[in-house]
Write a protein that binds this ligand. Sequence first.
Ligand code: SF4
Length: 382
Amino acid sequence: MKFADEFRDRDKALTLVREIEKLCSQIEVTKHRPLNIMEVCGGHTHSIFRYGLEGMLPAAIELVHGPGCPVCVLPMGRVDDCVAIAEQPGVIFTTFGDAMRVPGSRKSLMQAKADGADVRMVYSPMDALALARKNPDREVVFFGLGFETTMPSTALTVLQAEADGIENFSVFCNHITIVPTIKAILDSPDLHLDGFLGPGHVSMVIGTAPYEFIANFYRRPMVVAGFEPLDVLQSIWMILKQIKEGRAEIENQYTRIVPEAGNDPALAAVAKVYELREFFEWRGLGSIDHSGVRVRDDYARFDAERKFAIPNIKIADPKSCQCGEVLKGVLKPWQCKVFGTLCTPEMPLGALMVSPEGACAAYYQYGGVKRQERPDTVPAAP
Ligand code: SF4
C-alpha cells in the first residue's frame, strides 16, 4: 500500500524503539518514575493500540490517553438534549454513526430511533443539508460535534444553507476547542505530564502556533504527530530528545499534512459562524472556560438550541462509571470497575467504550481485557 507501508516498516520501528530506549536511559528522572506522555488525540490512542506500540515502548514511558475523542467527552446531558430534539414531531435528526450509541440518562440516539424518532446517520453536514432540501416540510437538525477538525465543515454548511436560503436546517452545536482543554489538563493538580503528542487533525486547521503557551508558560514539549506507527514513534523520540536536552518547544513531525500557520479558509469560516461560549461542560473534566463554541447571532436561525426547547440539564454519570478518571489519565481503562464486564463495546456504559478512538474501546479491542498493570516505578537505568 504505497504511502502507508513506508510508515509501517517493522525494522525502522524497531530501530526507533532502540533509540527511544537509549534516550530514556540518559534521562535522569526515569530512574525514579516513568515519563508521562499524553496523546491528546483519540486517533493516536487508536493507532497506539492497533499497532501494539505501547507494548514496544520501554517501561520508562507511560502513555496517558487524553480527552481527544469528541464522542467520549460529550456529557450525558447533551445526549439527552439530542434525544429531546430528535423526539420532537417533524424533526429529522442527523448525526455521525459513533454518536448514535453514546448512552444518555434515558436512552441513546439509537434507542430513540428504535422507539420511533427519525434519527439518521450521515457522513457529513452537507448530507444533512441535502436532506433538508429534499424534505422542505420537515426540520432537519445536524449534530455538530468535534474539535477544530470538523468545525469548519459544519460552518461551511451553515454558510451554504444561508446562501441557498434554506430555512428548515439547523445545527445542534457541540463543537469544542483544543487549546483551553490542554490548558485545563496542565492546570489539573492530579496530573503530572512530561510532554504531549500533539493532535494531527486539529493542527491541520489551527497550525502549531496556538500551542506555544505549552512550551513557553508550562515548559512542556509538544510534538504534533501523524497517525502511522513510525509517526508516533518518531514523535515520542522527538519529545524525549527535547527532555534530554532540557528544551521545551512545539515541533511538527506531521509536516506532510500540518501547515505551521494553519488553514486560512477553514479558520475564516469558523470565525464567521461561531463565537466562544463562556464555558462548556465536558464529561469527566467538568466545566472548562471558553472550551466550546456556539452559533453567532447572525446565524441564529440555523441554531437548534434557539429553534427547539432543550432540557439542558446537567446529568451525573452512573456511579460505577469511571470515565472521568480515565479521561484525565488518572486511571487506565482496565482499572475501571466495569471494564470488560458491565461495559463493553457491544453494551457501552460509558462513552469511552463507544468510539474506536475511545481509550476503553481501544484497550478492549487491541489491549486485551486482562492486561497486566505496569509497576509505578521503573528500575534504575543502566
Ligand atoms: S470501562 Fe466503560 S464506564 Fe469504565 S471508564 Fe471505560 S467507558 Fe467508562
